[in-house]
Write a protein that binds this ligand. Structure first.
Ligand code: AMP
Ligand code: ZN
Length: 462
């Protein structure tokens, strides 16, 4: 299995530290709001990576944190008149709803930053003791010149780093690239006791402390979006390796951005859709399909067209599965048709594995899944033997299971009904009430009631 390692900037054979086991950490959400579908990209892609590693027989320990204290959390909590803790509780609960809907399985551990303050303090103290961090007015900073390899992860040359332009020049820091490990208390902000007085941790130290707490001082895979490579992950390397004196992570993986009109989807640009909003119009698996149809490192442009395409692709797979199930119900064991299918399905499975082994290329792997659907549609029919139909169905279930697709309950809203409901949502958005009513009538004719709620259109059986 080859993985592109951001640290070495090349594809490398994956060799875990301990045979048969994988320790994996992915930077999770800052829980100050609903997450957007750009955030969903790493959650979905690294969920699939974990599933694939498990499918290949590894025992995976997967950790994904919640960042529940930082400037954004504090600001939002103030605005809403709630405590930072309450805000975190609320959006962690919302995370579970959206991630669950998207088929993202819970990690083995979801540590909350605020519940790991002692571990962070121990790390910071260790860095001070080693002369790699210094205190200044109740805050503690990492001293980048004292970690000579600083810049190695993102491949940046320190002299070339235009520190003044890219890093806010803070009076208390000795060097522009130094960063806060501990921030002295400010009035009205949550704080914890520490050897340097009351304060709160910096963002980067959270992930060093939580990952090492659950996975050990060295582990296999650390993942996150490309925007985290510098400075977040660079700083994690500096803190962790500075503290332990040995390598921290063997494989760094970074997903490319989900874009809108070629600009990164982000809260600050305002060009985002929350998962919550998208799921009012589309099936959660459509979102998964969209993400998986691109390699995780490539940029992925989000648009309604892309969603419609993903929806159509998924429908093709569901149709193939439904057809195979119908054929299986009536297939005779000794019917001669489709004799070559089991062998061809095996080849297709191998191509799926080759795609996934090639830096986890889900786009290639997805191609194999569609070849399987095509094979089933063209080579299997009422004259096919039971074993042949079964082989195609099993392989389809096996491969889509790795991707977390085709897991929708079969008695859910049928595709045709969803299609019409989607058109109706579109009509309502365009304030085309006549069209909306006509489509409501069409739905009623099919035995479905469309109700308009503050959360959007809801469907239920008439
Ligand atoms: P945040 O809650 O902002 O810390 O982000 C959570 C995760 O989403 C991180 O791994 C980010 O790198 C990732 N992320 C944020 N925006 C995007 C985007 N537009 N496309 C892909 N990943 C993103
Ligand atoms: Zn992190």
């Amino acid at each position: 299995m080859q993985i592109y390692n951001s640290q070495t900037r090349k594809k490398e054979e994956f060799v875990p530290l301990r045979e048969g086991k994988v320790g994996m950490y992915c930077c999770g959400p800052t829980v100050y709001d609903f997450f957007h579908i750009g955030n969903a990209r790493p959650f979905i892609m690294f969920d699939v990576l974990r599933r694939y590693l498990q499918y290949r027989g590894y025992e995976v320990t997967y950790v994904q944190n919640f960042t529940d204290v930082d400037d954004k959390m504090i600001e939002r909590a103030k605005r809403e008149g709630v405590s930072v803790r309450e805000l975190g509780d609320r959006f962690i609960a919302e995370y579970w709803k959206d991630a669950g809907a998207l088929g993202v399985k819970p990690a083995d551990v979801h540590p909350r930053a605020t519940e790991h303050i002692p571990q962070m303090i121990a790390l910071i103290q260790g860095l001070i003791d080693k002369g790699m961090a210094y205190e200044q007015a109740g805050s503690v900073y990492f001293s980048t010149p004292d970690f000579p390899e600083y810049g190695k992860l993102s491949g940046q040359n320190l002299e070339d780093l235009d520190a003044g332009a890219r890093v806010s020049v803070d009076e208390e820091k000795r060097n522009p690239l130094d960063f806060a490990l501990w921030k002295a208390e400010k009035p009205g902000e949550p704080s914890w006791d520490s050897p340097w007085g009351k304060g709160r941790p910096g963002w980067h130290i959270e992930c060093s402390a939580m990952s090492m707490d659950y996975l050990g001082e060295a582990f296999d895979i650390h993942a996150g979006g490309q925007d985290l490579l510098f400075p977040h992950h660079e700083n994690e390397v500096a803190q962790s390796e500075g503290f332990t004196g040995h390598p921290f992570v063997n494989y760094w993986m970074h997903n490319g951005f989900l874009n809108i009109d070629n600009a990164k989807m982000s809260k600050s640009l305002g060009n985002f859709f929350t998962v919550r909003d998208i799921l009012k119009e589309y099936e959660p698996e459509d979102v998964r399909m969209l993400m998986l149809s691109a390699h995780y490192r490539s940029p992925l442009n989000f648009s309604r067209d892309m969603m419609a395409q993903a929806h159509a692709s998924l429908t093709r797979l569901y149709t193939a599965k439904d057809r195979l199930n119908a054929l299986l119900a009536s297939a005779k064991p000794d019917a001669p048709g489709g004799a070559g299918v089991p062998e061809k399905a095996k080849d297709i499975r191998q191509r799926f594995l080759d795609g996934m082994d090639n830096d986890f290329n889900t786009a290639e792997a997805m191609g194999a899944v569609f070849d399987l659907a095509y094979l089933a549609n063209t080579e299997l029919d009422e004259n096919s033997g039971k074993a042949a139909v079964q082989a195609a169905l099993d392989t389809l279930g096996e491969l889509t299971g790795v991707l977390g697709l085709l897991e929708r309950e079969q008695d859910a809203v049928p595709a045709e009904v969803r299609e019409i409901a989607q058109r109706r949502a579109e009509a309502r958005k365009n304030r085309d009430w006549a069209q909306s009513d006509a489509l409501r009538g069409e739905l009623a004719g099919m035995g479905w009631l469309a109700e308009d709620t503050p959360q959007g259109q809801k469907l239920r059986r008439a």
